[in-house]
Design a protein around this ligand. Structure first.
Ligand SMILES: NC(=O)c1ccc[n+]([C@@H]2O[C@H](COP(=O)([O-])OP(=O)(O)OC[C@H]3O[C@@H](n4cnc5c(N)ncnc54)[C@H](OP(=O)(O)O)[C@@H]3O)[C@@H](O)[C@H]2O)c1
Length: 244
């Protein structure tokens, strides 16, 4: 990906990995647009970083995705990079005791949204110079944690979808990049659940460095090991992670 001079939309950038990447991309001379559901957070970010652009959008809602695409491409006709980062992680005892629409919202956010946004933006991106599509999957795409079965299944699907898009959209000049984080210390799944994990700044700096090297599979720490592991190694990962 070109390091600077891009116009970049990052979904789910009111906190965590999305915001940390947005800040670094802004510092490097890119035009950056961040979105999320929490308007108050977006206002705070705009006050702290006056050069950033913000937009309220709930990517789990189909009409919001279409509205985001129309607003972003009309307001920023030179938008050339889409980062599908928004995600939620839900832990539950199987089967979850809730209406299906609540269960399905995790699939809508983590999987339907990146697929739909990719398809919405594909033709627009194909007309731009230095176009790129970045999808955020997870080390859990390769060996799941059983207490978060939908999360892990959506991330495995994002990994698969990204491989297909690299093949298909690569033909149209769009560089397709997968970011594969290990556990990172953010509020994912709820505050305090990731305190044990890789510090956010360390991870975000490593991602930017790998993007600047031109990598299209940007994995870090144990996620890099899992992304390249054999089936036997992944079975061992699964057994260790789910041993209790
Ligand atoms: N942290 C980890 O250990 C880890 C590991 C592997 C992969 N990842 C992935 O990294 C990405 C970012 O997660 P994070 O760790 O930075 O967690 P986070 O701090 O909770 O950030 C998640 C972001 O997604 C946004 N979001 C959630 N649902 C949304 C929706 N329906 N519409 C729009 N935005 C939405 C949230 O904003 P609002 O609440 O304002 O909408 C927030 O900005 C996710 O895809 C996650 O799966 C994280």
């Amino acid at each position: 990906m070109r390091p600077s001079g891009n116009t970049i939309l990052v979904t789910g950038a009111t906190s965590g990995i999305g915001l940390a990447l947005a800040e670094r991309l802004l510092e490097r001379g890119n035009t950056v647009i961040v979105c999320g559901r929490r308007e108050e957070r977006l206002r705070e970010i705009a006050a702290r970083l006056p050069a950033i652009h913000t937009h309220v959008a709930d990517v789990s809602v189909e009409t919001d995705r279409v509205a985001l695409y129309e607003w972003a491409t009309t307001t920023f006709p030179r938008l050339n990079v889409l980062v599908n980062n928004a995600g939620v992680q839900r832990r539950f005892a199987t089967p979850p005791q809730e209406p299906w629409r609540e269960t399905a919202s995790e699939i809508e956010t983590n999987l339907a949204a990146p697929i739909h946004l990719t398809f919405l933006f594909a033709d627009h991106l194909a007309r731009q110079e230095h176009a790129a599509l970045l999808n955020v999957s997870s080390g859990l795409a390769f060996a799941p944690m059983a207490m978060m079965p939908i999360y892990c299944a959506t991330k495995a699907a994002v990994h698969s979808f990204t491989l297909s898009m690299r093949h298909e959209l690569g033909k149209r000049g769009i560089e397709v990049i997968e970011i594969i984080p290990p556990a990172v210390n953010t509020d994912l799944g709820g505050p305090g659940l990731h305190l044990f994990a890789t510090p956010l700044d360390e991870f975000a700096d490593a991602v930017i460095a790998q993007l600047e090297e031109g990598k299209t599979e940007v994995a870090y720490g144990t996620a890099a090991e899992r992304a390249r592991a054999s089936r036997e190694e992944l079975d061992a990962w699964f057994a260790r992670m789910n041993a209790r």
